[in-house]
Design a protein around this ligand. Structure first.
Ligand code: 3PG
Length: 209
């Protein structure tokens, strides 16, 4: 297992963030994402089925599946046991970082300030999630925050839509952009997998280097 997020993402610049109420959606969702050209996905631990969703989507084989909204060591352990290849958190927590290290998977902690970024770098974590990217000030915030920290790599997430992808990805310190617009619980409820595939393809095209 790779312990560096860039190795897991392998060049993928779009990270769909998925909140999936029922594991019954996992198969068709993975199919739609892969058909649209996505190569990774983050499944948030905000639903009781999250573990089963990670497991089913990882079994699909076409996507590097990680877990999101990982707040505790215990969630980190459950996520990796289910097949998560990376862990994303909305904030910085030492227990989650330690758990990822012990489990051999990269942890991407959320940071919203220079102080939080310094804490991550001190803990040996170079790749962070700028969260919530749009409310924080968007690409202007990213540029200002990245400038003093040449070692840092960012996955901006939070309030980003297709029209803003390139504004972030143009910055050399951005590894990938995360977002939930590609597949929402509403899409899943309606079984709108064609729309998910279309939104994925559009975003993948817009995130091409
Ligand atoms: C997350 O947990 O990363 C966010 O919910 C995703 O942000 P978005 O829903 O604003 O895209």
């Amino acid at each position: 297992t790779a312990t560096d997020l860039s190795a897991v993402l392998a060049g993928a610049r779009l990270l769909p963030v998925l909140t999936v109420p029922s594991a019954a959606s996992a198969g068709p969702l993975a199919d739609a994402l892969a058909a649209g050209g996505a190569r990774c996905a983050e499944v948030t631990f905000r639903t009781p089925d999250a573990e089963r969703v990670v497991k089913a989507m990882a079994a699909h084989g076409g996507l590097a599946v990680g877990a999101g909204t990982v707040l505790t060591r215990e969630q980190a352990e459950r996520a990796v046991a289910a097949g998560a290849r990376f862990l994303v958190s909305p904030g910085f927590d030492n227990d989650v970082i330690d758990a990822g290290r012990a489990l051999g998977v990269p942890v991407v902690p959320g940071v919203a300030s220079a102080t939080e970024l310094m804490r991550a770098l001190k803990a040996g974590v170079d790749t962070v999630k700028l969260f919530p990217a749009e409310p924080l000030g968007g690409p202007a915030m990213l540029r200002a925050l990245a400038a003093p920290f040449p070692r840092a790599r960012f996955v901006p997430t939070g309030g980003i839509g297709p029209d803003r992808l390139s504004a972030y990805l143009d910055h050399p310190a951005v590894l990938a952009v995360g977002g939930s617009w590609i597949a929402t619980p509403g899409h899943l409820k309606r079984g709108a997998y064609d729309e998910i595939r279309r939104l994925t393809a559009e975003a993948v095209e817009r995130s091409a280097p």
